[in-house]
Write a protein that binds this ligand. Structure first.
Ligand code: SF4
Length: 279
């Protein structure tokens, strides 16, 4: 019998790479252990992403920055903030980011896709993921596709982040096959600083990232099979403690996470209220 393909998204692969135990809590254990409270930074990221998606859904002649307050209000996710005062301050900051950002966009230019799902199968993976935006831009040999990912964290990003992002590379690999057009460029658009970190992949560098994703999938399949064959799940999916434990949804269920200092759900957005750090 042929092996079943490993169905995955970038976040599923990333969860295992970060910490096999977190992967197990998220995708294997049923019922899953209880998660901690919602994070304000996730609410902020979701609100900004949806507002931008809805901005592109407007007719081109209404795509101005004056549309943004209504759009952001309509998509605002309220969970995780310390209090209304903090939530209002973050709303104002997010609106400033969006206003500056859409000033850099051509309202007459429709992307090829906004929050577009792209999927591809390889010998090991059935990959699917939702790219924030896929642009079609003129290149020396005809149109070429660009993967755009919006970022709302405080810290700026550089070309190494764009180059090293497995998610962006997999989106590019999949988009190239879905649309049958070259897709080598990936960009991280950091809204707080208004900077763009970009990388131009080659077919070889995309193949390397795909190979790493397939290796991760094989490791996950092997760990799941080991559990089926009787290995202790704690051994098959070991903990990988580190600074990320403080931000882990399963910190309270995890023996390693119990030692990590707890973060308040609004800790990251508190930093968003400080001036953006380009470093
Ligand atoms: S608390 Fe840390 S070690 Fe435990 S699952 Fe989360 S990231 Fe992994």
């Amino acid at each position: 019998m042929p092996e079943r393909l490993f169905v995955c998204t970038p976040s599923k692969l990333g969860a295992y790479t970060d910490c096999p135990r977190r992967y197990r809590y998220s995708y294997v254990d049923r019922p899953a252990p209880p998660k901690g409270p919602p994070w304000a930074h996730n609410s902020l990221g979701a609100s900004v992403h949806t507002a931008l998606r809805n901005w592109y859904a407007l007719p081109a002649d209404r795509r101005g920055s004056d549309a943004l307050p209504t759009l952001l209000k309509g998509t605002w996710v309220r969970e995780g903030y310390r209090d209304e005062e903090q939530e209002r301050a973050v709303f104002r900051r997010a609106l400033e980011w969006l206003e500056s950002y859409v000033d850099t966009l051509d309202p007459d230019q429709d992307p090829l896709g906004v929050e577009r799902v792209v999927a591809v199968k390889t010998a090991v993976l059935a990959f699917n993921g939702r790219a924030d935006r896929i642009d079609s831009r003129p290149g020396p040999d005809g149109p070429q596709l660009v993967i755009v990912d919006y970022k709302t964290g405080r810290t700026g990003l550089d070309a190494d982040d764009a180059r090293g992002s497995q998610a962006l590379a997999l989106y590019a690999y999949a988009a190239e096959r879905v649309f049958r057009q070259p897709c080598r460029r990936v960009e991280l658009h950091h809204l707080p600083s208004g900077t763009v970190a970009a990388h131009d992949h080659t077919p070889e560098s995309l193949a390397r990232q795909l190979g790493r994703a397939e290796d991760t999938a094989r490791d996950i399949i092997a760990a799941e099979r080991a559990v089926t064959d009787g290995t202790d799940p704690d051994e098959a999916f070991p903990v990988s403690p580190g600074v990320r434990c403080g931000w882990c949804d399963y910190r309270r269920s995890c023996p390693a996470g119990a030692d990590a200092p707890a973060k308040e759900p609004w800790a990251a957005v508190e930093r968003a209220l400080l001036p953006a750090d380009p470093e």
